[in-house]
Design a protein around this ligand. Sequence first.
Ligand code: ZN
Length: 353
Amino acid sequence: MLRIGGKEVSRGQRASIEIPVGRMPTQVMVTIPVRVLHGAEDGAKLWLSAAIHGDEINGVEIIRQVLETLDPGELRGIVVAAPIVNVFGFSVHSRYLPDRRDLNRSFPGSRKGSLAARLAKILMDEVVDPCAYGIDLHTGAAGRMNLPQVRCNLEDEETRRCAEAFGAPLMMHSAGPGGSVRRVAVSRGKRVLVYEAGEVLRYNPVAIKVGVDGVLGVMMALDMIDPRPRISAVTPVPSYRQKWVRAQRGGIVHIQVELGERVVRGQPLGVIADPMGESEFPIRAPGEGYVIGVITNPLVHRGDAVLHIALVDRPATEDTEIRSQLNKPLSDANEAMQLPAEPANGSAKGGES
Ligand SMILES: [Zn+2]
């Protein structure tokens, strides 16, 4: 019998569970909303989490769309979905908890610690520990935009198989920061992917499309669902090292490359200018790789991270062009976002964000 948040979920059932966290000063009870799908047949156990950083909302929409398509009667295994983990930050559009702690540096947490520690402990006990696989959904931090990418331990064969099945343009080898749910879950033997795409407080259609297809792709690879068509999946390029390009001086950045663009060592990526048009200082690529993150606020101080580059060993000619791979899901997603033709007296609807 599957038991989550004190509630039993039988085979072939979908359950809505509210896991209590504590009271607001107003005495309203705060809960983490969780959906559990217990498949009709045995299979892999997978958790999905999003908004551990409360302002990273693309993952919330990814989980919503994934849940819409799943039927526990046709599922093999178990899905435990926690689309809004940091319920406090989410409600006030903030990355952090009310005391400014970062939840994703607070795992595994504890029953008697800070609010962050308690929230982390609840997620570990009720969502992570019952599962063998996990996908944690994130976006770039405030002021940054990320190319859709998977971060995981590429040296573990099964994790790598999942990363390939996700089908994001890049898969990057890393351990994750100390105190992150990924790092702690991996230390407990779980196979975990972090998906990073888009930016905070905005729905990025491509990030969402690639994410939904990615989660379903992993579920197919784990034989949890029957094969279905996917639009955005590509063969991911592996990267074992990433580098931040930092501003050598304060100024106003003009970026001259796009997310996903292939760059070579020394290539100009943009300039840092002054507001009077009197000087321009070039920013150059630190090595061979792909642009995977870019600043969205052009005003920088000396030392600010401006671009994030995934370094790759092979020469540019051997790599498939990621940007062209992304064009297809981009145009499909754009099409899906188009407003429907407006009837003469009707009201427009359908546009998101
Ligand atoms: Zn995050």
